[in-house]
Design a protein around this ligand. Structure first.
Ligand code: ZN
Length: 217
C-alpha cells in the first residue's frame, strides 16, 4: 500500500461539516476533470480553497493518494443532501487527467477501497457508485467500462482483501513497513504467506537495527 498523503482540510472550512460518519459505505467517483495536471495533488489544493459545499475523503491518481478529511467525518460528494451517501460513506475520487494513467489510478483506488473495507469492516456490497445515491452518471469511466467494468473493479477489491492483513494485524503491519522491518517484493507483501527461518532471521536482524529498538537501548 502506498503512502497516503495527508492534506486534511482546516476545521473551519465550509466544506468540512464535522459531522460524525459511521463509515458504513464506500462511494466511488471519477473526477470528470480531464485536463492535464488535474491529478490528486491538484484536487487536494483546490479543496483547500473552494468556497462551495463540495468535499470528499480521498483522491487517487496513477501515482499518489491524498486524504482530505478524516474517514469518520461526513463530506459533500454524493448529491443526496443529508442522505446516507453524504452522511454514511467514505468517498474516493479517481482522477481522469489526460496526462495520467487511468488503469493505474483505478488499481490504486481498488487497493485503497480494500484497505478501508478492512479498517472499518465494510462489506463489498457496500462499495457503491455515486450513481447509487443520486442517479448521476458517476463514476462515468467505470460505468462505461474504462479501464474495466464495475464488476471487475469489485473483484480487484476482493482480491486485495484476500492479501491484506486482518484488521487485528493492520496497525502492526503498517508499523513494520514504516520501520522497514517487513519489505514487499515490489508487488505484494504476501501477508498471508508463512515465514521461512531465513526470512525470520532477516526480520529479526532488521528489527535490531530499527530506530525503535536502538532508541529503547
Ligand atoms: Zn461522483
Amino acid at each position: 500500500m502506498m503512502e497516503i498523503k495527508q492534506a486534511i482540510l482546516a476545521a473551519d472550512r465550509i466544506n468540512r461539516p464535522g459531522i460524525d460518519n459511521p463509515c458504513q459505505y464506500i462511494t466511488i467517483h471519477n473526477t470528470g476533470n480531464f485536463k492535464a495536471g488535474a491529478h490528486a495533488a491538484a484536487h487536494a489544493a483546490w479543496l483547500q480553497t473552494v468556497n462551495e459545499l463540495v468535499s470528499w475523503h480521498y483522491t487517487v491518481d496513477d501515482m499518489e493518494i491524498y486524504q482530505h478529511l478524516p474517514d469518520d467525518e461526513t463530506a459533500y460528494h454524493a448529491g443526496d443532501g443529508s442522505g446516507d451517501g453524504n452522511r454514511k460513506s467514505i468517498a474516493i475520487e479517481i482522477c481522469v487527467n489526460a496526462d495520467g494513467n487511468l488503469l493505474a489510478a483505478t488499481e490504486n483506488a481498488a487497493r485503497l477501497a480494500a484497505r478501508l473495507c478492512r479498517k472499518h469492516n465494510i462489506s463489498l456490497e457496500n462499495i457503491v457508485q455515486h450513481h447509487h445515491w443520486s442517479g448521476k452518471n458517476c463514476p462515468a469511466q467505470l460505468r462505461g467500462n474504462e479501464p474495466y467494468s464495475w464488476e471487475m473493479f469489485l473483484s480487484k477489491v476482493a482480491a486485495e482483501l484476500q492479501e491484506l492483513p486482518k484488521a487485528w494485524a493492520l496497525q502492526a503491519a503498517d508499523w513494520s513497513i514504516a520501520q522497514n522491518i517487513i519489505r514487499g517484493d515490489g508487488m505484494s507483501y504476501n501477508w498471508q504467506q508463512p515465514v521461512s527461518r531465513e526470512e525470520l532471521a532477516v526480520i529479526l536482524y532488521r528489527f535490531k537495527n530499527s530506530l525503535f529498538f536502538t532508541e529503547k537501548l
